[in-house]
Design a protein around this ligand. Structure first.
Ligand code: SF4
Ligand SMILES: [Zn+2]
Ligand SMILES: [Zn+2]
Length: 304
């Protein structure tokens, strides 16, 4: 099988658009798509300090390296935020990779731990017999710590490594929960209207497999293990089913992604979040209730 653009052997077959590409053309096309997403959605302004959330996995390493590559030309500064959830046998290795990459690129970074900021590492929190959904706690804590880390690093924007699969899974899960405000808020770039640092997702329309192949072909050091808590996660089941459907009907994930884009255009004229914004009585962050989710789960995780 040869590349559709030259005579070199193909390394990838993008079934949703039925094109075969060699190493160079695959890398070129992927880089192009990332940069188009950045330009089309006007992610950055000159002078921006961008905090990249880096776990050491393929998505965050690709995001960090791509943004670092364009940083000089775009007049933006890149810093890194890494979260140590406290998951033995999993996180230490990926943090080593993140740190080696920061140092190679000369990027300033900070590492925030659940142990310090939440009160306990995730492994300890999971010892509570009535807490069995690790990701429910972990996701809320990590989101807040990335925000805190970025703020402490003086960042104007946060860039995360969410890929097309992550986006399609989130959209699908939000549909099931009828969480339309969340769909309205999400997308490649989240606005600054709630006082949070705006978030951007340069890989949001690159399928997960392609991010992995891109990282390998570019020779990037990445952490490939899966979190031991992921196996039981609802999201993982959704992922597996979506992969089966994608296999039969190439382009399915893009279909889900585009449906949310269209829905967002419709929801843009509807103020579906009116009267829901308050300040958390404990930490002062914006929330829809009296106490924000972070404070609620943190208190529960530390309750003896
Ligand atoms: S899979 Fe769940 S527990 Fe593991 S790092 Fe992700 S959110 Fe945290
Ligand atoms: Zn080619
Ligand atoms: Zn709070």
């Amino acid at each position: 099988m040869n590349c559709d653009k030259c005579q070199n052997p193909a390394v990838a077959h993008l079934r949703y658009s039925d094109i075969r590409l060699c190493k160079n053309h695959f890398i070129g096309l992927t880089t192009d798509r990332i940069r188009k997403t950045i330009n089309k959605n006007k992610f950055f302004e000159r002078g921006d300090r961008v905090a990249v959330a880096v776990s050491g996995g393929k998505d965050s390493i690709v995001t960090l390296r791509e943004l670092h590559d364009i940083s000089k030309k775009r007049g933006i500064e890149i810093v890194g935020v890494t979260i140590d959830e406290g998951i033995a046998d999993y996180r230490p290795e990926s943090i080593d990779i993140a740190e080696r990459t920061y140092k190679e690129l000369g990027v300033d970074y900070t590492i925030l731990t659940y142990k310090e900021r939440v009160g306990k590492p995730l492994d300890k929190i999971m010892e509570k017999p009535d807490i069995n959904r690790a990701c429910e706690y972990c996701g809320v804590f990590r989101r807040r710590l990335i925000e805190d880390g970025a703020r402490e690093m003086g960042a104007d924007k946060i860039a995360t490594g969410h890929n097309l699969d992550d986006e399609a899974q989130s959209i699908f899960m939000n549909y099931i929960r009828s969480d339309f405000p969340r769909i309205a808020r999400s997308g490649p770039k989240t606005a600054n209207k709630k006082g949070f640092i705006p978030r951007v997702k340069p890989l949001c329309n690159i399928p997960e497999k392609e991010v992995g192949l891109y990282a390998i072909l570019k020779g990037y050091e990445i952490h490939e293990d899966e979190c031991p808590n992921a196996a039981n996660a609802f999201r993982l089941n959704i992922r597996d089913h979506m992969n089966l459907i994608e296999d039969k009907y190439p382009g399915f994930k893009f279909g889900i992604y585009n449906s949310a884009e269209n829905l967002r255009n419709i929801l843009a004229d509807v103020n579906i979040e009116k009267n829901t914004l308050k300040k958390c009585e404990n930490c002062g962050q914006n929330t829809s209730g009296k106490i924000c989710k972070f404070c609620e789960l943190k208190a529960y995780a530390n309750k003896e």
